[in-house]
Design a protein around this ligand. Sequence first.
Ligand code: VG1
Ligand code: CO
Length: 541
Amino acid sequence: MLIETSPYNDQKPGTSGLRKKVTRFQEPNYLNNFVQSIFDCLPELKGSTLIIGGDGRYYNRDAIQIIISMAAANQVTKLLIGQSGILSTPAASHLIRKHSALGGIILSASHNPGGENGDFGIKFNASNGGPAPESLTDEIFKASQTINTFHIASNSPVDLDVIGNTEIEGMQVAIIDAVVDYADLMETLFDFPKIRNLVAKPDFNLCFDAMSAVTGPYATEILQNRLGVSPESVIRKVPLEDFGGDHPDPNLAHAEELVKRMFSSTAPTFGAASDGDGDRNMILGANCYVTPSDSLAIMAANAHLIPGYKTGISGVARSMPTSQAVDRVAEALGLNAYETPTGWKFFGNLLDDDRITLCGEESFGTGSDHVREKDGLWAVLFWLNILAVKQQSVKSVVSNHWLQFGRNYYTRHDYEAVDIERVDNLFNSLEAKLPELAGTTVARRKISMADNFTYHDPVDGSVSTGQGVRCVFEDGARIIFRRSGTGTSGATLRLYVEHFESDPERFELDTQEVLEDLLDIADNIAQIKTFTGRDVADVVT
Ligand code: VG1
Ligand code: CO
């Protein structure tokens, strides 16, 4: 069937796909328009295989039924769909690669809250398994602005819960196990027998928080069934459509119960959490929190201990706001190090071209060339494998790392859902100041460089401008201001602050105290309090 429609003007994908309120997605043909725009931009989808799955949030099943009917009418040959409509983002990436699919459609708003009044999201991943590059998302947005018809079959709904095959208008639909392929992939990368021995030790215990989101079934299979972790060690493991009303965001603010346990007198040896769609991770030890930037650096320094990486890594990359801790490791090991804009799509070319093996972001994301997304459980297993080899606590691994490489004190302050105009004004005023900032000294710190980050992709030569305002100080300290591209209400300002410390006497200080002067300088430069009208940040990580 060909159905007439009219365009919406707000279907521009952000940092990771199109994210809006569920209620927006429920408006007539809102999802259909976006899906047809994908098909219109990629004629090669006709006759192809596609992977479909999501994080299980509210509207996931409805969206998948619409996509099935539209894929059939757009003459896709085969759909592989995770059972119950579930696929973690890294598992979807793996399936695209494993089945040589032309791509995949992932339904997720990741760490954003879910439920009827929460958020929903959709993104297209290409045949390498990674998020569509900016050039493609720009085209999809363009198509969505002029769309006037879409194709849809009038089939009855597919039973998503039963593994098996059906056919719709000549298109094969296979409902597949969502977990097993991913779990098998993990077994090829990590030393499962060694990790099994570690977690069986009487003095080792762990707590993994699945945050009532997609990693529940994956953690159950991998941690419990394959590694022998006790069932009580995995908490909030049943995926819920509204994530139990919480933000499925694995950080110190939102993984409350886990953080409470890990900072108690009876703290488990190891703690971790993953987000709504399973691509983020937070790593904790007993009374110890590992910043994501440090985690990436520690992984790079210890990759040779892990079976999947023992032959060496080709290079590393981090997003621009991520701390420079990994750069120090790269320098010591003689590895290439790349700095990309925020968002996993920018790592794809570097991974495909084998310029890097490991990459990560300060926002609780780490990953490698095993897929083309960041990967939460992979990071957890990487850490468990390090601990199993070193037979040390998380705290010792981190402290020893600092002793060898120094410590990058790091924090991120988020001012969420501020009036758009206020954030516009803040950035306009900041941009106007940029030319005169370099060379000036603020509170005894000299700014050596100030710009709005532009990325030149070394593989395909594409250029991405306006990726965040950065002030770099003479001693390597940095202050970065960025506007979030994943929020769904107002504008979110992210402030990132970093300071390098080489004196071991100063490795155990309070992060916020160490960074206090830089935080003051940031407010002074950008007038954050005045422009946002907020005295303090909403979330500090
Ligand atoms: C945030 C993070 C970014 C991450 C993105 C998607 O984007 O800062 O590092 O890649 O979320 O993560 P932004 O534009 O809001 O800062 V996820 O777990 O939503 O797929
Ligand atoms: Co996510």
